[in-house]
Unconditional design. Sequence first.
Lengths: 237, 237
Amino acid sequence: MNRSPDTARELRRAYLFADMSEPHLQSLVNGMLDIHLDPGKALFRQGQAAERFYFLREGLVKLFRLSPEGDEKIIEIMRPGETFAEAVMFMGTQGRYPVNAEAINSSRLYAFEQKVFLDLLRESSDATFGLLGSMSRRLHMLVNQIESLTLQNATYRLVAYLLEEIPRDVKTAPDVQLTTPKGVIASRLAIQPETLSRILAKLRQGGLIEVQGNHIMVRDVQALRNLVHLPPQEQAP
Amino acid sequence: MNRSPDTARELRRAYLFADMSEPHLQSLVNGMLDIHLDPGKALFRQGQAAERFYFLREGLVKLFRLSPEGDEKIIEIMRPGETFAEAVMFMGTQGRYPVNAEAINSSRLYAFEQKVFLDLLRESSDATFGLLGSMSRRLHMLVNQIESLTLQNATYRLVAYLLEEIPRDVKTAPDVQLTTPKGVIASRLAIQPETLSRILAKLRQGGLIEVQGNHIMVRDVQALRNLVHLPPQEQAP
DNA sequence: CGAAGGCATTGACCTTGGTCAACCGGGCTT
DNA sequence: AAGCCCGGTTGACCAAGGTCAATGCCTTCG
């Protein structure tokens, strides 16, 4: 099967693949699968044997845990250009997925065999360092999440989230286009939809933001930054 | 300097070193440092450049974050035979420690240069897989922690902790000897010391446990297991 | 031996965010 | 066009756990 010539370039958007040599990357491309997922469809379930890992091309996929009562906590929302479940196979107990994965939007992915990748790691230290980088990044993200869940309140978490969502580069109005329904963000931040709604109302009444559906216009970035103890906007050097 | 002949064996208790070839392990042993830490003394601070990682020989070290208000959340309590901060150096931004580390008890450690280890990884896939295993394990632990912080209440977290602390093998009374002051456990579980005390009182009144200082006698293991939705004691096969 | 300091416990009260229910509004289906 | 379904909002109430303060207890140290 012939892949588009810049499939490799597409994959390199992910940290995992960014610095991999062309031949190594090609060997992965040869063995990979195309996957399409409709909204709400499961990719894998927690506890299943982890035979593949994934690269998200388009759409949005949530990684989450469920409580026995059926409550959901989203651990991470994967975006296009990111890989996930690439770290699972290294636990002694023949890897099982530690979370559920489900499409939020209609999504397209590439799937890779864990064992093909494993062989690659033995001979390519580029690949290995890419993987270590991805894992290290995820570790750091999880620690940050634990900190904000335990040492900060719901308003802090939401504001921090909004600030991260403001496009970096843009010189224009610092607005946020929410990529998911508010309920999804609520689950990611471990707050109830009602509470999220109330916090937005509070920020709106304080004149910090304006809300129109999924579009949030930030009226006072500095006030938001103060809420999360950030110093007065650092300029890019 | 001549190391005791079984230093290598001591190190192999850690997953990171368990399957490393003897010569590789020896090369690390040659470059490592002995460190002693008195109780309450810091090993490193969040944000410092991460030049070393550590193996804990004796004692207890806490890894934690601080809020701007000075509240502390313990992310992990390291025990003898475990390594930590070995994953830090792979983040693009020339590694900085993502947490604080401080001795709880008087502790002895070995310290390793990150860059020596880095060189080793390039040529030893045993070392690499050891590292991947350690990181994968830690990732899993953090996800579990996020789940229990968000989907479970304080009683659940404490009971789950107690059950984990019951010595695996023992056929005798299933008791728990707390290795740290209760306040430390409270911080690890993200509850206040007062609340922890009240939960223990509740369990005591229910006849599930008895408490004598740092020694907790479990009177009804099954009742505890039920509280965390575990099935009726699985027998070792 | 007595005082002091650290950890733990207990009580009274308060706050944050959760729960439950009603309602709104836009987009789709029939 | 009517109805409906879903996501979101709002209000009233509730409960888990945090806060603050007083007290107890054990270890350490003078």
